[in-house]
Design a protein around this ligand. Sequence first.
Ligand SMILES: NC(=O)c1ccc[n+]([C@@H]2O[C@H](COP(=O)([O-])OP(=O)(O)OC[C@H]3O[C@@H](n4cnc5c(N)ncnc54)[C@H](O)[C@@H]3O)[C@@H](O)[C@H]2O)c1
Ligand SMILES: O=C(O)C(=O)C[C@@H](O)[C@H](O)[C@H](O)COP(=O)(O)O
Ligand SMILES: [Zn+2]
Length: 356
Amino acid sequence: METIEVSAGKKTYPVHIGYGVSRSLAGILEKRFPNLTSIMIITDETVGKLYLEELKQILDKPSVYTKVVPAGEKAKTFAVYHDCLSFALEKKLDRKSVVLAFGGGAVGDLAGFVASTFMRGIPFIQIPTTILAHDSAVGGKVAINHPLGKNMIGSFYQPEAVIYDLNFLRSLPQGEVRSGFSEVIKHALISDRDFYHSLHHSIRNLEEISPEDLASHLSSGIKVKRDIVGQDEKESGVRAYLNFGHTLGHAIEAEAGYGSITHGEAVAIGMVFALRLSIQVHSLPFDIKGFENWLEELGYSTRLPAGLTPDRLLERMKQDKKSLGQKVRFVLLKDIGQPVIQQLDDNLLLDSLKTF
Ligand SMILES: NC(=O)c1ccc[n+]([C@@H]2O[C@H](COP(=O)([O-])OP(=O)(O)OC[C@H]3O[C@@H](n4cnc5c(N)ncnc54)[C@H](O)[C@@H]3O)[C@@H](O)[C@H]2O)c1
Ligand SMILES: O=C(O)C(=O)C[C@@H](O)[C@H](O)[C@H](O)COP(=O)(O)O
Ligand SMILES: [Zn+2]
């Protein structure tokens, strides 16, 4: 097991990562919350079926209530958010209660937003169960979607701890492995040439990553995130680098319909697009063809899904949270590990989308 300390704003919390770390949950709760009154687990239908009993046995406590929400992006809606708050009120949660976010990034984002707003904020713990959640469980961005844009309703609200038991990852379907790994690639591209090259050279098949290598890649990704969030909790500057690939990625998710393409697969397409722009605008020295071939070998699509038009995607990108005055701001790379944020002209974006 490894523990990575994350400092964000005034708060520092541990990320415990390793195979079997969830066994320490009861001890962590007792130590951190001596006056705990009740626990609300928020999980989704899939994770609930697979692992809820196991989690409850580890907790072995009275006053544990479970709210099961739909799997995937369907959880990140106003209706489900409302249901969770009603459930918390019905179960008489109070300010000494704790929310446990047990699932992937969708559950983590929803549960964190519930915790951040219930009684103006009660503590929560992230217990991530996907590869992607090495990213989503750390750093305190919590949100639900709006039909007009991804993660538009949310807050910055840090968890008390992240307990990342990699044993839960064993049941992930291949598409979710791929989705999650896209954020690992993102963390490598924005931070460190060696990290990126080690992924590129060693991974030819996502099904064949050894448990040790997986733990090491996830830990490296978390450290990239820790370093950035430690400098800029609320995205007034460098935190935007974590949005590499997301300007187009989020536009694709919203335009295609939330859940019709996974977050990571949309981000992979967004990264290819951002890298192509980086070559054009900053003469980024990068073998884009080699990168695209590698992604395709791993099963990613590197082009826009059918039916999405450049005009509509540009309109979506103008609604991105990084945009200012309807001017799209992109994260580009000057080199691997050297991200920059840059306003781009609408015509350049439209032309690039048309030929993408
Ligand atoms: N807050 C952040 O910083 C941040 C960062 C990245 C992504 N996100 C958000 O995270 C979400 C994507 O996260 P995700 O990919 O984890 O999605 P997810 O939570 O939707 O999980 C993906 C699918 O895998 C299933 N699943 C989860 N754990 C499983 C397991 N152990 N075994 C089998 N199936 C399992 C889920 O039921 C779901 O169907 C998006 O909404 C994205 O916007 C947030
Ligand atoms: O933590 C961040 O900051 C990120 O941008 C991480 C992203 O991977 C993640 O998808 C995040 O939810 C996007 O944030 P948003 O502010 O663009 O909604
Ligand atoms: Zn993301």
